[in-house]
Write a protein that binds this ligand. Structure first.
Ligand code: NAP
Length: 266
């Protein structure tokens, strides 16, 4: 299978690098305007600035430009994607709007995150009006090359974008805060970094593998008048929970605004 990744930026390159190493994919054409900035090299990959030729030469087209560049790209490839599968990784742009711009293409929206770079993404996807069962199987295989997949309805996509698409930035901020906290209580920076990152992945692994509710885990490690409750008390005072809920809600609203702006530009 030949795949075009239109927009080889942060997420496009991450995705393309995993596709290139999968047996499932024969060739990947990555496009961007400034070809010289591309990092990807190899026998199974080509980088070009020609979106139309890339789409023509491929069976599956992955769109990973910023929503603001979508109109241009959709116009360039609109007449060469009839009968092809198009997977849009773009935030906020609905399948219906993509289908309108790409008549005859079968569209699936997918929202990965930057952990795709290390094959640890979670990618939510939802199909447009004409995608077939076979397309969904193809999409699952392609998305699985860079992590786990989950099917959602399209109405959930803006919320997904806000939670797991933007999520790595929130987690990075959390880890950064824990490293600063470690420094404040006298730990060397790399020790604090190792402790914070492994605590995060270990806790996530424990909750997932044991199917444990987070509150159950928190209770289990919080002893009366102990160290953990002293820390938890300060986190609750700082409204960490509310801040996270507000952050995800604000990001969801931002996605909806981008979607509206795209429709208004027509
Ligand atoms: N970053 C994430 O974590 C993430 C996660 C999930 C989904 N997404 C979605 O993925 C999309 C890209 O995000 P990003 O963070 O990867 O942005 P980015 O790093 O800015 O990448 C966008 C790429 O598109 C290229 N581009 C722009 N106009 C183009 C055109 N006309 N033809 C071909 N290439 C063009 C740009 O390269 P040149 O400037 O060289 O043209 C750039 O490399 C967005 O829609 C975003 O919502 C991102």
């Amino acid at each position: 299978m030949k795949v075009a990744v239109i927009g080889g930026g942060k997420i496009g390159e991450a995705v393309a690098s995993r596709l290139v190493s999968s047996d499932f994919v024969d060739f990947v054409t990555v496009t961007r305007r400034t070809v010289g900035k591309a990092q990807l090299k190899g026998k199974k990959v080509k980088v070009t600035d020609d979106n139309e030729s890339a789409a023509t030469a491929s069976d599956v087209i992955i769109l990973s430009v910023k929503p603001g560049d979508a109109h241009t790209v959709l116009r360039q490839i609109g007449h060469v994607v009839e009968g092809k599968l198009v997977i849009s990784l773009m935030a906020a742009i609905t399948a219906r709007n993509i289908e309108r711009a790409l008549p005859g293409a079968r569209v699936v929206r997918a929202m990965p995150n930057i952990a795709a770079l290390v094959g640890e993404a979670i990618t939510a996807y939802s199909e447009g009006s004409t995608a077939t069962r076979h397309d969904i199987a193809t999409v699952e295989s392609l998305l699985s090359t860079f992590g786990e997949t989950i099917h959602v309805t399209e109405q959930m996509m803006d919320a997904v974008t806000a939670l797991s698409g933007s999520g790595p930035a929130y987690i990075a901020l959390l880890i950064e805060s824990m490293v600063s906290a470690g420094l404040k209580v006298g730990l060397p920076r790399d020790t604090a970094f190792q402790l914070a990152t492994k605590t995060l992945t270990g806790t996530a692994g424990l909750l997932r593998d044991r199917m444990m509710h987070p509150a159950e885990l928190r209770d289990a490690v919080t002893t009366p008048a102990g160290t953990t409750i002293a820390g938890i008390y300060e986190l609750e005072k700082g409204s960490v929970r509310t801040a996270m809920m507000n952050a995800v809600e604000a990001a969801t609203l931002a996605a909806r605004k981008i979607s509206k702006e795209f429709e208004e530009k027509g």
